[in-house]
Design a protein around this ligand. Sequence first.
Ligand code: DX5
Ligand code: ZN
Length: 223
Amino acid sequence: MVIAPSLLAADFGRFAHEAARADRSGAEWLHLDIMDGQFVPNISFGPEVVRAVRPHFKRFLDVHLMCGKPEILLEPFVKAGADGLTVHVELGAQVTPLLWKIRSLGKKVGLALNPPTNVNEVRPFLEQVDLILVMTVNPGFGGQPFIEECVPKVQQVAAWRKELGLDFRIEVDGGINLQTACECARAGADTFVSGTALFRQHSLTQAVAKMRRLTTAAAGELV
Ligand code: DX5
Ligand code: ZN
């Protein structure tokens, strides 16, 4: 299991400190939500913040682009230190060139889908990705409640992965706490983004370890 605390729920006045706290927690990934005020109704941060946290988190920086024109941002984020870049399937005709571009930059390739989007939209791209991100809230803000209706999508993506013999990761993002993480693990998710439920804990280390332990156990009960 991969646990990915989301920097969106960290103290924005202390990004370096918060990234170091995530590093010490043992979390495998740090998730960075990039919002452009167009694809989603909010603005978060850009490549310079990724550059600022890069020296403080030694493992995988997971950059989630909630942006209408990600093509202009891929290289800046790679130069800033991103290890993986995820774009949204809702971008339609832009998706294929974006996935190719991320691959050509030598980074892990992710594809996300929003709650209202039919899961069949990602089916044509499964052979080309390292990660499918099933959004479990409508993107734009942290701290929203988990949308239960997204769980069958995780199951469907996991079924396709097995059927096709592929090994991409299945990530869930939005409203993930210990309970919803376990529900997603039982459906086939193996990568858990969590902002509020992790960063707001006094001990991030204990919270990360507990989420990893419980989701690993829940995956043993795969439905
Ligand atoms: C939502 C973002 C999430 C967000 C999750 O737009 O993509 O990564 O940080 O935050 P929580 O865990 O608080 O729902
Ligand atoms: Zn995200």
